[in-house]
Write a protein that binds this ligand. Structure first.
Ligand code: TMP
Length: 214
């Protein structure tokens, strides 16, 4: 029998709009590859062909397009497909998987943001994800106005969530900080107002402190 590679690790990036997640995700992926790890980068909603098709329904169109439960169901349908087709097979191969957003975004956006009952979200999590959870979640935190300013200057058609009001985004930020405070072993809050180099240094130090980077 050929020996199996050790299971990889699952790292997620979370935070509001314009926090610099995608830039930092790329930097971390490069850093971990240099350390000799096999790395797969991915995103939610999306990360598999089926989930990318569902993403198109979620990130464009009218703000009021979906009621809260429908929207959460769509996110969890996309998440299930992403896990089954992309994340779990990669972890089995021994890769480290880094995802731009995961289930904390549903609790923050649909729960804290839109007022969907957290119990509904916890139930959907049990059905779609089961006992699986990230090994480490990096919450990139910065003031809402700053994030929306950065996100706005990006432009593009995928702005349905960016168009939700300031109050919504403030609830989001508090939501993410609350999630991090309730899950201190899994989550770390990173100050995203720093320069990209400083943010990256914080992230790498956190990853090395918590996970077995060679
Ligand atoms: P992105 O802009 O980070 O690619 O994410 C797309 C949008 O989807 C973003 O505005 C956050 C939102 N979102 C949710 O509302 N719930 C979720 O569960 C996820 C994963 C994303």
């Amino acid at each position: 029998m050929t020996p199996q590679p050790p299971r990889g690790r699952f790292i997620t990036f979370e935070g509001g709009e314009g926090a610099g997640k995608s830039t930092q995700l790329r930097l971390l992926a490069d850093g971990l590859r240099e350390a000799g790890l096999m790395v797969v980068t991915t995103r939610e909603p999306g990360g598999s062909p089926g989930a990318e098709a569902i993403r198109a329904l979620l990130v464009s169109g009218e703000v009021e397009r979906w009621d809260g439960v429908t929207e959460a169901l769509l996110h969890f349908a996309a998440r299930r497909d992403h896990l089954v087709k992309t994340v779990w097979p990669a972890l089995e191969r021994g890769a480290w998987v880094i995802s731009d957003r995961f289930a904390d975004s549903t609790l923050a956006y649909q729960g804290f943001g839109h007022g969907l009952d957290p119990e509904v979200i916890a139930n959907l999590y049990r059905v779609a994800v089961g006992h699986f959870s990230p090994d480490l979640t990096l919450v990139l935190d910065l003031p809402v106005e700053k994030g929306l300013e950065r996100a706005g200057s990006r432009g593009g058609a995928e702005d349905r969530y960016e168009r939700m009001g300031l109050g919504f985004h403030q609830r989001l930020r508090q939501g993410f900080l609350g999630i991090a405070a309730s899950n201190p072993l899994r989550c770390a809050v990173i100050d995203a107002t720093q320069t990209p180099d400083q943010v990256y240094a914080d992230i790498m130090a956190t990853v090395r402190a918590r996970l077995p980077v060679p």
